[in-house]
Design a protein around this ligand. Structure first.
Ligand code: CP
Length: 303
């Protein structure tokens, strides 16, 4: 495999191998400190990021490699009208691997078609975010010891939340999983995911606009309402605070519930929940670096 554009580019065996590699990196960081010596990662971020860009950069630095790139389109020649394809061809002359975030769905795929080096989709519009899913899979595995037979609640902006789309696609591939999709009517999952993934694979799921199923959940995956994807500010303001997770709402939840959020958070999890032992979102952040180290090694073909 040259590129990672969608989580389905990875087989279940490859996902398992990445999780194993990330766990080995956690246990034996010194063994990996020079694995990417003289290799360069280019981070091409046309859209803002804190975790994804910096964890990719930290990952490459911890592997002994170097980094280059840009963190906004305006500081690149995209501002002069350069195409994604030409940028990808250009960066192929300077770096060994690219991580790209772009507001347009499909842009990393276009880059992959033009580049002669591996391209990783670091988030494309409201579509996919496969490396966040790798992070999420490692977090679920470390917290629950398995990726199967789980009831997973997704809450918030399930329409534009690209991390939700990629994680649903991943968790459908493990047996016995089911989903509770909690959102306002306007922010339900896209039709292609409902028909083409859930219905097609006969995955049990419930779409709801309330918290009633909280006691059944093994995982609760909260998401931010994605202001930047709305066409109309009034709609965003009307929907942004419909679902806020509070300590009170968690009183009926399982003791072993795993509370996740890809971050950044706005209002959708109140700060008091951070003190709850079940809150794992900052562990998720930490896991992101290890999974991206494992992915870089895999795509560069380094054992
Ligand atoms: N989870 C995530 O993608 O965060 P950033 O937007 O900060 O990269």
């Amino acid at each position: 495999m040259k590129d990672l554009i969608s989580i389905t580019d990875l087989s279940v065996d490859e996902l398992e191998s990445l999780i194993k590699k990330a766990m080995d990196i956690i246990d034996n960081p010194d063994e990996y400190a020079e694995k990417c010596k003289r290799k360069k990662l280019a981070t091409l971020f046309y859209e803002p990021s804190t975790r994804t860009r910096l964890s990719f950069e930290a990952a490459m630095l911890e592997l002994g490699g170097s980094i280059l790139g840009f963190s906004e389109a305006n500081s690149s020649s995209a501002s002069k009208g350069e195409s994604v394809s030409d940028t990808a061809k250009t960066i192929s002359c300077y770096a060994d691997i690219i991580a790209m975030r772009h507001p347009k769905e499909g842009a990393p795929m276009v880059a992959a078609g033009a580049a002669s080096i591996p391209v990783i989709n670091a988030g494309d519009g409201g579509h996919n975010h496969p490396t966040q899913t790798l992070t999420d899979l490692l977090t679920i595995y470390r917290e629950r010891g398995r990726l199967s037979n789980l009831k997973i609640g997704f809450c918030g902006d399930l329409k534009f939340g690209r991390t939700v789309h990629s994680l649903i696609e991943a968790m459908c591939r493990y047996e016995g999983n089911s989903f509770v999709l909690i959102s306002p009517d306007e922010l339900k999952i896209p039709g292609y995911l409902r028909a083409g993934v859930l219905d097609k694979n006969k995955i049990p799921y419930l779409e709801t606009d309330n918290w009633d199923n909280m006691p059944e959940l093994d995982i609760l995956y909260m998401t931010r309402v994605q202001r930047e994807r709305f066409f109309n500010e009034a709609d965003y303001l009307r929907l942004k605070d419909v679902f806020i997770l509070t300590a009170d709402k968690l009183m009926s939840a399982k003791d072993e519930l795993v509370i996740m959020h890809p971050l950044p958070r706005v209002n959708e999890i109140e700060r008091a929940v951070d003190e709850d032992e079940r809150a794992c979102y900052f562990e998720q952040v930490r896991n992101g670096k290890y999974m991206r180290m494992a992915l870089i090694l895999m795509l560069l073909g380094i054992e």
